[in-house]
Ligand binder design. Structure first.
Ligand code: SAH
Length: 256
């Protein structure tokens, strides 16, 4: 979900939320990448406390709840996403392991050192990678972890069209070594980074949106906001097909 793009910024947020809540994911990712990232977190307590920041409708929270013994506090700015997460948690019989609540990742309402792990897939960009890395640090216990995904350049150089598109959408997009440096400067030890596979973008993110786009345009046929939102998402998906070798989502895992 990209609300940093200038054209999306002017949109009616209710419409945006409705659109994005109609799919399971609001950003690229998949179950096996979430579990792979979790597998690198060593020596956690038996029931680690995790907070999932910018949880959306809960794709990663639900995976963590189903496959680990963690207790998860899921936070998102938008109430509709939290409602949907709660419904999905009920359906998956994991409500006991997830506490989902509306909140702002830029103003975390927690005590210092509250969590063994801070998790955030496709969402730290909302406050920026560096700010998130720095501001979230105090909320992690010593020896605990941060695990986030972030849009990242995979090459040193890329064509102007894609460079401009992403720099406009997210000025902080940078190369993988530069992101690791920023994480280390914030105080974390770099445990591992890995690039999410292509199906995280296609099968899990852009393809489910195609059906959602048809339904959305049928429901709001004359609404310019809906039209612009859908054409923006379609454009992003087309650009991904053309330029995917130059950028991707990277999992960054650091230890405090
Ligand atoms: N982690 C989810 C959602 C990623 S999309 C997934 O991978 O599917 C980014 C999410 O960040 C959206 O759900 C959006 O509502 C949320 N968000 C945006 N700004 C936020 C803020 N300041 N605090 C908390 N959540 C925020």
């Amino acid at each position: 979900m990209s609300n940093n793009n200038h054209s999306i910024n002017e949109f009616d947020f209710q419409l945006i939320c409705e659109y994005f809540s109609s799919t399971d994911r609001q950003g690229p990712g998949n179950e096996s990448s979430t579990l792979k990232a979790f597998s690198y977190l060593k020596d956690l307590p038996n029931h680690p406390k995790i907070t999932d920041l910018g949880c959306g409708t809960g794709s990663s929270s639900l995976v963590l709840a189903k496959h680990t013994d963690a207790h998860i506090t899921a936070i998102d700015l938008f109430p509709l996403f939290i409602e949907k997460l709660n419904t999905r948690a009920q359906q998956a019989h994991v409500t006991i392991k997830i506490h989902a609540t509306v909140g702002d990742m830029g103003e975390l309402p927690f005590e210092k050192a509250s969590f063994d792990v801070i998790w955030s897939e496709g969402a730290i960009y909302n406050i920026g990678f560096q700010r998130g890395m720095n501001e979230w640090y105090p909320f992690i216990k010593t020896g605990g972890y941060i695990a986030v995904t972030e849009a990242t350049w995979l090459t040193e150089h890329r064509p102007k069209e894609i460079e401009n598109f992403w720099t406009d959408a997210y000025p902080e997009i940078d190369t993988l070594p530069n992101k690791v440096k920023q994480m280390e400067e914030a105080g974390y030890r770099n445990i591992i980074t890995f690039v999410l596979p292509e199906e995280c973008w296609t099968k899990e993110y852009y393809i489910p949106q195609q059906k959602a786009q048809e339904i959305f345009l049928e429901k709001y046929p004359d609404n310019p906001t809906a039209q612009a939102l859908v054409s923006n998402q379609r454009r992003e998906a087309e650009l991904y097909q053309i330029y995917k070798e130059y950028y991707g989502y990277v999992f960054f895992i650091g230890q405090k």
